[in-house]
Every structure is written in C-alpha cells, then in structure tokens.
Design a protein around this ligand. Structure first.
Ligand SMILES: *Cc1c(COP(=O)(O)O)cnc(C)c1O
Length: 720
C-alpha cells in the first residue's frame, strides 16, 4: 500500500484487544475496523482529524488516557452501539480513514519530487525518541528532536527507519513535594497499552536478536512503532528468555549505574545492526545520532571483516556510509566509560576483527594518548565520513574541538521542530486557509510563502493566541490543583486555584531541563526589582516555570526548590508558578500559550535549543541570550536578545550584568509594548513582532528544512 525501506511484518494484532477486555466481551463494530490501524500509527498525534476522531469516540475516556490503544480497550458496548447508529461519527470516521490512507500512500512526496524513488534507506539510531507523551521514551531536547526528525522524514517521504530502545519504565515522571523537593516516579508501562507491536521473525514468532555478553547471551525482542510512513524499531531485553538479572537492561532511559548504562548502549548499538539485518534491511546510510548508539560502528566493522575484508578496508567501508551528529558543545558532555568496562564487554571484538585491544582503545579515545576512557562520541566522530553540530555556531565548535579526529571539516545543520506537532490548532487553521493544505512543505520550498504570514490579519493572529492563553490557563490550574490536592489542600484552597494564572496578563515562560548551565534562576537575581516589574497593578506580569532535574543532579533539584520557595514567597506569590512533570504535552501548552519565551543559558553551552523555535512558530516572542539557534534566528524584529554572548569566566559578574539587561528590557520595552492596546484591545505593535516571529521560523526552523538539509548534505552524498 505504501513504500517503506522494506515492508516490516508484524504479528497479528492480538494486543490491541487490551488484556482486560477481549473482543468477545467488546465487539468493535466491523465497520469501524480501521480504528486499529489508526490507533497503531502515531500519525493521529499531529493530524487534528486523528485526535478529533478519538475524542468523538468517547470524550471522557479520551481526556483520561490520551492514548488511543489504551482508550479503545476501555470503550464500553453502549458507546459502540451509539457510535454505530451515529451518521456524523460514520462520516468523521470515513473522512479520517481517507486522510490517513491518502497520507500513507502519497506518491508525490517532497523526496520523490527531488530525489526520485529507490530501494535504499537511511537507518537513524538514537537512544531516545520523543514522539508523543503516551510513549515516555525521551528525556528532553535530544529525544524530541529525534521524534521531530522522524515525523518530518515521514511527511517528506524519505526512506527512513529508526532504531531505539523500548524502556518499560520510561523516563521518570516528576512530582514536586510540598516543600519543593523533586520526587521521581518510574511507573511500569504495560506494553499492551502502548502503540508498539511485536515484529514477526521470518521463521514466525516474535523477532529477537542475540547479543554476546560475558559468559552468556542476552536477547532483545524487537517491537515496531509506526510513525506515519516511518517504522521505528525498539529493542527490549525485558523478556522471559533472559536471566532476571539481565532483563532490566533496557528498562529505564539513561539508567544511572555506569555499567548498566554501558550494557544499554551495547544493546542499542549492536542490537540495532542485528535487528535491521534480521529483517533484511540494508541501509545505504547510517545516521548515528549522538554517541549512545556508536557501538553499532564496531558491529558493522565486524560484519565486514567476517565477510572477508581487512580491518582497514572494513573501517573505510563503514566510514563511507556513516554520518554522525553531536548534540553537546563540551567534549566532556560525551558519553564516556572507563576503558575497563569496554574491555569487559568488548574484549572479544579485537579478536573478531584481527586487531588488538589497543586498536579499540585508539578508536574510542577522545585525545591522542588518552587511553583510559572509552568515549562514544570520539568513536562516532572517528568512524564517520562527516560530522555535524546542531546549529551553525555549534558546527564551528565541533570543527574546532574535534579537528584531530575529523576526516572532513565539521559543520552545522541547524535543528528544527515539526510544524504540525508544535503549531497550535487555531494558528494551523489560519495558515492552512491562507497557504494551503501543503503549507509545511510549501514553507521550505518557497521562501516567499513566509510573506503570507506577515500579511495575516492582526485580529485573527491575536484571537488565535488569546485562545491558547486561555487554554494554558485552564491546563495550568488543573496541574496546580492536583498538586495542591496531593499536599492536602482544602476544598476552598483548591477552589482558589481558579483565580491563578489569569490569561489576560503578560506571561513569560521558562521550561526546560533544570541543568545548571541553563540558569533557571537568573531572573531572580534581584528579587525587589523583579517584584516591581511583576506586581505593577496596571501592567501585571506572571512567570511560569517547568522542567525536570536529572535524578542524580542535586544542583538542578536545588534550583527547583528555590523557584518553588519564591513562588510561595509573600513578595512574588501569584506572579510565579512552577508546574510539575514537564513533558511533550505540557510543552505544547506552554510554547503556544505564553507571550514571551525566556532562554538564558550560559553561552556557548546551548548547542541549539529547540523550545524557542516551537515558541517562535506560535508567535511567542523569544527573549534570549545570543546562543545556539537564536544567533541565527534573531533578526531584530522577531523578539529580543540580551546579555553576554560568550562565557566571561567571572560567572557572578556575568549573571549580575545579564540580569540587569533582562530587567531593563522588560521594564522599558517588553511590558509597555504588550499593554499598548488599540481601541479593540489588540496590542498592534506586539502582534507585528508575533507575525515576524512566525514568518521567520515556520520554514527556516522547521524540521522539514532540517531533514531536507540532512538529505541533501548527508544522506544523498553518502549514497541514498
Ligand atoms: C522541545 C523540548 C525540549 C528541548 O527544549 P530546549 O529548548 O532544547 O531546552 C525538552 N523537553 C521537551 C518536553 C520539549 O518539548
């Protein structure tokens, strides 16, 4: 029906009839049988017709689960009966199925138009994929980026297959306690309730790949997640075949123990190659996205040697089809292990390729002569024919810091975000009505298309934004209320939440991982000054924060506590909110529903940053230091830049000066502009900036543009 690198067979979908409800108890009317296909393809998550259909099945259940596979298992007989009798549902169902089929079988995709059709593909290996909040397989920017990359590869028709790990305990969910301490929850996910399906092995049964571990074999089962036209293979060691001590290897994303982490990345790297081989997929290009998957390169060298090549030939062959992307600006940010650990698991590798242990040492050492660490970033860089950073500045940093390992100069391919995922519904509607159904591709194919956005009527843009502000306000109140209830709040206290986060105020958002370099508390440098800005009764301002700190990061957790305390202090109460459990879903509410997106990392530590792109696309104005993508994104009329552009070794001084610059900008420009309204209440000057922010980001910082760049600069030159 549609073109994939190769059709991936899946076992009959037994699991969709969620264990608690079997088909005999729950007859899904045959006429709605295609709901299965829709539920098992994440396409619905970025095409509104998909989400609308789920809501139409059962609004309450949908609000509870927001995961069609899980929801379908809970729909009762009476509901199916009602739907079977409803003409409007039948129409909606038929329309959505038609849209889905048209999407899946589209011939005239961007890739076909520009590069024709072929029978090769790109394999994209990554430790995390952020596709939707119902699949907690991501921790932050890297995963969401990989998810957006996958979605755009699907939209553009790129022959593409992703490989990652299936984490049955996902990444942790965050709760914030009554005194501001972060609590981490890792609930076990029921695979039967996720949109993943077991991949069938050619000989029948669930496909499993075998991995050599010291003195034993560990098996990984292969699952598939369908993301539009793209298949994402996910490896899972939590199966009966394995010893109970080996089963948890893939259970938690970025597991803390170093050896456990090594095992995870060993499964990812070696297992990815074996899973693709087992399915007969022969990628022309291997895109290794960050170091976590770099051990795949060792496996591919081994294969070539087993096939008769000498090791140097094998390394050349691997290099010529490998592309590596680095996401961290500091060499120390690479994934590194004690060499002894590598020796324990890879001790057999040198033998299998006719080399000695020193050769392995050499391949994975970040500096000449540094043989104590096994550096996966270095391994990837040294065995790739080309290496990129994720913004133009980051590309220069990669080239500077890694020149001793690079075979061709490092450069930047700037990140982007998936337009249909991140753009708000009302704005999507306005843009679709003016640009057309193919708006997201048009925006990257013809730069003039962006001018249409510059000409949108002010009222429509402002109304669409105000709608998202209202929605954010309701969402935030819900979060705060359930947190307060957990802390024992009385009914009256819970009721008072209705007055929080009013949507008519200037709202500034700051949401990202609480890594210290992101300086989450910079804005609180001078509390009295900040208080004066926030609490002016004529022009009130509110701040909303969200983010997780890595469970091992005490400093990050201290930042959360500090913000929690400030949010409850008499000075700032009612003007500062901290929402718990930041994820893709909350990110969408925030980047669509605040007015200003604050970003103040210590340069040059933000390699790219993508949340600001999501904000800009929605007409939310970036207020950011010139680092990462903002160096390219800022054009003087689409937001604001402030602060030092480099790290000035005296951090206290830098923070103090940056904070003053920030207060002055807020006081002198941002707050007055927001509250300067015309007769009908529209801030015309502000809306001007909003439209410029949207126009300057919707094409240039879309993941369609990013994937198109990867195709033309990397995938096609390497043989796709
Ligand atoms: C976009 C996104 C990120 C990355 O944002 P940065 O600006 O790079 O910090 C992290 N987490 C979630 C949930 C996101 O949606």
């Amino acid at each position: 029906m549609f073109t994939l690198p190769l059709p991936i067979k899946v076992l009959p979908i037994v699991s969709i009839q969620i264990p608690t409800l079997t088909t005999t108890e729950l007859p899904i009317p045959e006429r709605f049988g295609r709901l299965y296909d829709l539920a098992y393809n994440l396409w619905w998550s970025w095409d509104e017709s998909g989400a609308d259909l789920w809501r139409a099945v059962d609004t309450q259940l949908w609000d509870r689960y927001r995961n069609p596979v899980e929801m379908l298992g809970a729909v009762d007989r009476a509901t199916w009966q009602r739907l079977a009798e409803s003409e409007s549902f039948a129409d909606q169902y038929a329309n959505t199925v038609r849209r889905f089929d048209a999407y899946m079988s589209a011939k005239d995709t961007w890739y076909e138009r520009n590069h024709g059709t072929g029978d090769t593909s790109v394999a994209y290996l990554c430790a995390e994929f952020g596709i939707h909040s119902s699949l907690p397989m991501y921790s932050g920017g890297l995963g969401v980026l990989a998810g957006d990359h996958t979605k755009s590869a699907s939209d553009l028709g790129v022959p593409f297959v992703g490989v990652g790990l299936l984490y049955r305990r996902g990444y942790f969910r965050q709760q914030i306690g009554a005194i501001g301490s972060q609590q981490n929850l890792n609930p076990i996910l029921d695979i039967a309730r996720l949109a993943v399906r077991p991949v069938a092995s050619p000989t029948g049964g669930h496909l499993k790949v075998s991995l050599d571990f010291p003195g034993r074999v560990v098996k990984a089962a292969v699952w598939v997640l369908s993301v539009g036209r793209v298949s994402l293979l996910l490896l899972d060691t939590d199966i009966m075949d394995n010893d109970p001590s080996d089963r948890p290897i893939t259970s938690m994303l970025y597991v803390r123990g170093r050896e456990a982490r090594f095992c995870q990345e060993y499964v990812l790297g070696i297992g990815a190659v074996r899973a693709l081989r087992a399915l007969g997929i022969e990628p022309a290009v291997w895109h290794v996205n960050e170091g976590h998957a770099a051990m795949s390169l060792l496996e591919r060298i081994r294969e070539h040697v087993a096939g008769g090549m000498k090791i140097d030939e094998a390394e050349r062959a691997v290099r010529s089809s490998t592309f590596f992307t680095l996401h961290t600006p500091v060499p120390a940010g690479n994934e590194r292990f004690d060499f002894g650990l590598a020796e324990k698991y890879l001790g057999h590798w040198p033998n299998s390729v006719g080399a000695d242990l020193d050769h392995l040492r050499h391949l994975a050492s970040s500096r000449k002569g540094d043989s104590t660490m096994f550096d996966l970033g270095a391994l990837g860089i040294g065995l790739a024919s080309s290496v990129n950073g994720v913004s133009q500045r980051h590309g220069e940093i990669v080239d500077r810091d890694w020149s001793h390992l690079l075979t061709t100069p490092g450069y930047g391919i700037t990140n982007g975000v998936h337009p249909a995922t991140w753009l708000s519904r009302p704005l999507k509607r306005v843009i679709r009505e003016t640009i057309g159904a193919d708006w997201s591709t048009s925006l990257i194919e013809d730069p003039k298309t962006a001018d249409i956005i510059r000409d949108l009527p002010d009222q429509e843009v402002w109304d669409a934004h105000q709608n998202r502000k209202d929605v954010l306000s309701t969402f935030a109140q819900g979060r705060i209320r359930s947190q307060l209830a957990r802390h024992g709040g009385s009914p009256d206290e819970l009721r008072s939440v209705d007055r929080m986060m009013p949507s008519d105020r200037l709202t500034i958002g700051f949401a990202r991982r609480f890594a210290t370099y992101k300086r989450a508390t910079l804005l609180f440098h001078n509390v009295p000054w900040l208080q004066a800005i926030l609490t002016n009764p004529d022009r009130p301002v509110q701040l909303v924060f969200a983010g997780k700190a890595h469970p091992a990061d005490q400093e990050g957790q201290a930042l959360i506590k500090h913000i929690h305390e400030l949010a409850h202090s008499p000075e700032l109460k009612g003007h500062v909110y901290l929402l718990e459990d930041y994820d893709i879903r909350m990110a969408r509410f925030l980047v669509q529903g605040v007015d200003v997106w604050l970003n103040n990392p210590r340069p040059p530590e933000e390699a790219s940053g993508t949340s600001g792109m999501k904000a800009a696309m929605n007409g939310v104005l970036n207020l950011s230091v010139l680092d990462g993508w903002w160096i390219e994104g800022f054009n003087g009329k689409n937001g604001w830049a402030f602060g030092h552009e480099t790290d000035i070794s005296d951090h206290d001084k830098q923070d103090a000066e940056d904070a003053i610059a920030l207060y002055q900008l807020l006081q002198e420009q941002i707050v007055p502009l927001f509250y300067d309204r015309d007769d009908s209440g529209i801030p015309l000057g502000w809306v001007q900036l909003m439209k410029e922010a949207m126009a300057s980001s919707a094409g240039d910082f879309s993941s369609h543009r990013m994937v198109a760049d990867y195709v033309s600069k990397a995938y096609v030159p390497l043989g796709l």
